[in-house]
Design a protein around this ligand. Structure first.
Ligand SMILES: Cc1ncc(COP(=O)(O)O)c(C=O)c1O
Length: 426
């Protein structure tokens, strides 16, 4: 028998029991509705129970659910690969995993393999940022700039061989500038650096805070000049969430390796991708498979069928355009809420439909968690972001097919939530 500590048991039973979901709404077993204001954890990008995906998955279930990639090719994976190669600038190869963490783990392995193959095995430094979130597997966690995610007990598993340097913005800023990156790069020694990993639009750690385009372009230029692999982590920001396929597109740069997941399957199945530029793939040589991170279920036909159906919906319903339009509507609504609740929410940020409300730094460090609980009581699902009291925020990111009515409903529920927090003592 498993003994569940009372605190854990209480927090689990405090959550509603989800019964069904359709479009942007989830219903619990008592029939209460919740507007999915964060698209799950920014993955349910086309809403719940989309008929086109249900049809595609059902058909694939009856036709072919699994073959291993070492034994057969499958048409769904082949189709998905060619679609990904056409939407990621400069891409030449795709590796499949089951989660965003694994996609980043795979990207780091490929970056190190690339350096090794070209005789630069001495490059063992990885630069990333704090705040950042790159996942829970060992290498991905080791470059994550979010101290709360690193329990001391797992430190020995994070590997002593590669050196990680966390580039930190000045207090009061959420993202590092190119001057701060330049200082870190110089201190590490550019010829020792294997890879730079960035979230072009920060998610769970910095709350929909973009790197400015100038810094992103500086990173692209300098990494290329110094033979460093630039990895863009678009696990959260990819697949149209920002109104373009990739957050990198807003800075007009193409990374050497792009990772993504979440919106790829819209939450219908598990699948993530590591998309590799020609120069890296060629230097490593085919096949990448033995170096990349392959799992039993990687690129299985069912998951790929769901991803192909989600891409059909994104393209057929022109949801990148809608993400941009609805994103402006949402940004206006969030700005209005900042004006209505000064001293509680200080500003809003984001691109397209990946946005966040930032908590006033004068507020207690758990204010974003209190907002989440109050939102739930007001029929709204949100995600918390931030790594400490000064970076705390709530992510507001409804599905990309949200209509103006849905955005208005979200703003109304959020308004009631903030009223409840403003009126109750901390
Ligand atoms: C930017 C980023 N990278 C990596 C991950 C890890 O993805 P997963 O939870 O699918 O392992 C996440 C998850 O939130 C993320 O936001």
């Amino acid at each position: 028998m498993t003994i569940v500590p009372p605190a854990v048991a209480q927090s689990r039973t405090a959550l509603p029991l989800a019964a069904r979901a359709t479009g942007p709404y989830i219903y619990d077993d008592d029939g209460n509705d919740y507007l999915d204001g964060s698209s799950g954890v920014l993955n349910v990008n086309i809403g719940h129970s989309h008929p086109a995906v249900l049809r595609a998955v059902e058909q694939q279930l009856g036709q072919l659910t699994f073959v291993h990639r070492s034994q057969f090719r499958n048409q769904q994976a082949l189709d998905l690969t060619s679609r990904l190669l056409s939407i990621v600038p400069g891409a030449a190869a795709v590796e499949y995993t089951n989660s965003g963490s694994e996609a980043n783990e795979c990207a780091l392995r490929l970056a190190f393999a690339y350096q090794h193959r070209r005789g630069a095995a001495r490059r063992t430094v990885i630069l990333s940022e704090q705040p950042s979130y790159h996942g829970m597997t060992a290498a991905a966690l080791s470059i994550t700039g979010s101290p709360g995610k690193r329990d001391p007990s797992v430190e020995p598993l994070l590997g002593p061989r590669a050196e990680r340097v966390l580039v930190r913005p000045k207090p009061g800023r959420r993202r590092a500038t190119h001057e701060e990156w330049a200082t870190a790069l110089l201190a590490a020694g550019p010829s020792k650096v294997a890879a730079v990993v960035v979230e072009p639009l920060g998610g769970a750690s910095s709350g929909a805070s973009p790197i400015d385009a100038e810094t992103m372009q500086w990173l692209r230029r300098e990494t290329r000049n110094h033979g460093i692999v630039l990895i863009a982590d678009e696990v959260m920001s990819g697949f149209g969430r920002t109104g373009k396929w990739w957050a990198c597109d807003h800075s007009n740069i193409a990374p050497d390796i792009l990772t993504s997941g979440k919106g790829l399957t819209g939450g219908y199945t598990s699948l993530a991708v590591t998309v590799v530029a020609e120069s890296i793939a060629t230097a490593i040589g085919e096949p990448l498979g033995p170096i990349a991170l392959g799992h039993t279920m990687s690129a299985n036909p069912l998951a790929c069928a769901a991803a192909n159906a989600v891409l059909d919906v994104l393209e057929g319903e022109e949801l990148l355009g809608n993400a941009a339009t609805a994103g402006r509507h949402l940004a206006d609504a969030l700005t209005t809420l900042c004006d209505r609740f000064p001293g509680l929410v200080s500003d809003q940020s984001g691109i397209g439909l990946m946005r966040a409300l930032h908590i006033d730094p004068g507020r207690p460090a758990d204010t974003n968690k209190r907002i989440l609980a109050a939102a739930r009581a007001n029929g709204l699902v949100l995600c918390a972001a931030g790594i400490d009291g000064t970076t705390q925020s709530v992510l507001v990111a409804p599905p990309l097919n949200s209509t103006p009515d849905v955005i208005d409903d979200l703003a109304a529920r959020l308004g009631r939530t903030l009223t409840a927090i403003a009126e109750s003592p901390a």
